[in-house]
Design a protein around this ligand. Structure first.
Ligand code: HEM
Length: 558
């Protein structure tokens, strides 16, 4: 992997860099405003606070020097365009596996070793069960109604039960298999069709576009029973992968993931909510406008349909996930979920299904095109396990160990998000010999774990073989030991492991089996530069593709 993937950020930004930053005016305004307001509050607080004779001395993990009252907030603001890289740089500079940042009055503990991550997420899971409230997670979950974003344990229990026993049950996954096959077939037909129209570009394919919209199409089919938002354009010819609404939908889901836990200043100073000093609130509201516009009519119409069916005693079996959510009834025949709970859970099912699988497959292909030996081993495995006479299916995944190792390696090196969703300490607790005070936010760094040289020799090298075990045991994408993060672990771990594996592996295996991939003409090596604002590739991956299979295999009936 190129060293460019971790640009060198310093903990204290040089003045020249700071002055040229587009965030300068916002940063200076905020720092001045915050410093003045907060220093005044600090003075008041000091005057009022009774002098404590027995001040408790806390042994916190080490961290960068803090300013009174604002802690490290000024550094966060200066590094706003890439907070996660700044945090990672602090970890590296301090040579620590766990550090403390102080944001306002909140201790934010960042963990970068598997042992400490397990101590937090497994050994002390009850203490770190909840997530911190944030402006964006509140908005995106319609008031903390969805499983992953809720901060209320009773709400989590209710929604998680619905997910595990109904929505993501093996029976439902089996029932929806045919819909996933439709999209997997459409994928190869679409790419093949594109090649006929792109001969002037040397047969180049925008892998990002294909991967993101494959995932968007599959999850809309599973949840809403259709890939398009507008009726009457349900299945256009093979040339179509997404219309304008679908593109806006997928973009909104990516923005949601970018903003859900993105260190919004007002999350640490709730009195500032509404001033939108860092522009987060505007972006988050924009995401919800799009999702409400697109999801709202489909959900409202389905709720009306089921309420009419209940009145008429004319119920039917659930045909898709939205049916499951809307049709669930308690012992008195009343709906189990409110309208907001249905909307919140729908949003949440969408973003996990679209963002992580598509980003991982895009990165895996980018790395593999630069390493022809890895690419050859992957296609050899497909030829040996599946052959070239039929298309690879979900049922083949368990046997594709090398392909799964490639995907694990992409998860390790290139998580879409640099951190796991934060947890909050319900009480004082000792972790790695340090005291973590009640109400601290604890963040497991995906970059810190996946690129930790104590765990991964030559950590920046894309080497799938490190995931193959000698005894030939089946490779899986889950990593409950947290040597890097895929689906997390424990009770708040991902309930979509099976579906997430299917999304990721079918996309990857179909692209590799159906086409040979190479650098676009005139390109020496695929750039592995990360985006300045996320860990996605800086530019969409565009590769040259050539069909590998007999022509009739691309003409699949829809
Ligand atoms: C490759 C795809 C996926 C990856 C890498 C992934 C990863 C994760 C991770 C890391 C967590 C958080 C664990 C923690 O906080 O410790 C999570 C939670 C969650 N994921 Fe996934 N996920 C994927 C696909 C899916 C799919 C397809 C669904 C459902 C359709 C889904 C639904 C959820 C839900 C509901 C939670 C919240 C669990 C809770 O808080 O109890 N995910 N996922």
């Amino acid at each position: 992997m190129s060293p460019q993937t971790l640009p060198s950020f310093t903990t204290s930004t040089p003045l020249s860099q700071t002055l040229s930053s587009p965030y300068i005016s916002v940063a200076l305004t905020m720092v001045t405003f915050l410093s003045t307001t907060l220093m005044m509050l600090l003075l008041l607080h000091h005057k009022r606070a009774a002098p404590s004779k027995e001040r408790k001395i806390l042994l916190l993990p080490p961290g960068p020097a803090t300013l009174p009252f604002i802690g490290n907030m000024h550094q966060l603001i200066w590094n706003k365009s890439s907070v996660l890289r700044w945090i990672h740089r602090v970890l590296t500079d301090m040579g620590a596996d766990v550090i403390t940042l102080k944001l306002g009055s909140v201790h934010v503990i960042v963990v970068a070793s598997p042992e400490i991550a397990r101590e937090v997420l497994r050994k002390n899971e009850p203490v770190f069960f909840s997530r911190p409230p944030t402006f964006a997670s509140n908005l995106f979950s319609y008031g903390y109604k969805s499983t992953s974003l809720t901060v209320v344990e009773a709400q989590w229990r209710k929604m998680k039960r619905v997910l595990t026993s109904e929505v993501l049950s093996p029976a439902m996954e089996f029932q929806l298999h045919g819909r996933r096959v439709l999209e997997a077939d459409h994928l190869v037909r679409y790419v093949h069709g594109q090649l006929k129209t792109t001969t002037q570009d040397g047969g180049c394919i925008d892998v990002r576009h294909v991967a993101r919209h494959y995932c968007g199409n599959v999850i809309r089919r599973l949840v809403f029973g259709r890939r398009r938002f507008v009726d009457g354009r349900e299945y256009s010819p093979a040339m179509s992968v997404a219309g304008a609404d679908e593109q806006e939908h997928v973009d909104a889901l990516f923005t949601l993931v970018n903003y859900v836990y993105s260190f919004c200043v007002s999350d640490y100073y709730p009195g500032l909510v509404g001033l939108d000093l860092d522009g987060h609130e505007k972006v988050a509201r924009g995401v919800m406008r799009t999702l409400d516009r697109l999801h709202g009519p489909v959900i409202d119409q389905r709720v009306r349909e089921w309420s009419r069916r209940r009145e008429e005693g004319n119920k039917r079996g659930a045909a898709d996930i939205l049916d499951v959510l809307v049709a669930l009834e308690d012992a008195d025949g009343q709906p189990v979920l409110s309208l907001d709970e249905i909307k919140a859970q729908t949003v949440e099912l969408m973003f996990g299904s679209v963002v992580y699988p598509s980003n991982t497959v895009e990165w895996a292909l980018a790395e593999m095109v630069n390493k022809p030996e890895v690419m050859r081993k992957a296609t050899d495995e497909l030829d040996a396990v599946v052959g070239r006479e039929r298309l690879v299916q979900e049922s083949d995944i368990s046997k594709l160990n090398y392909l799964k190792s490639c995907i694990r390696e992409a998860f390790r090196l290139h998580p879409y998000h640099g951190i796991n969703a934060p947890r909050v300490a319900a009480e004082d607790v000792t972790i790695a010999g340090y005291t973590i005070p009640k109400d601290s936010h604890v963040i497991v760094s995906r970059i810190g774990l996946g690129k930790n040289p104590k765990v991964w020799p030559e950590p920046l090298e894309f080497r799938p073989e490190r995931h193959l075990v000698d005894d030939g045991a089946v490779v899986v994408l889950a990593e409950p030991d947290l040597r890097f993060v895929t689906f997390g672990t424990g009770r708040r771990g991902c309930p979509g492991v099976s579906l997430g594996t299917s999304f990721t592996m079918v996309l990857f295996a179909r692209l590799l089996q159906g086409f040979s991939w190479a650098k676009a003409p005139g390109v020496d090596a695929v750039s592995l530069q990360e985006s300045p604002t996320s860990l996605a590739l800086a530019a969409p991956l565009v590769l040259q593709a050539k069909p590998r299979l007999a022509a009739h295999l691309y003409v699949v009936e829809s």
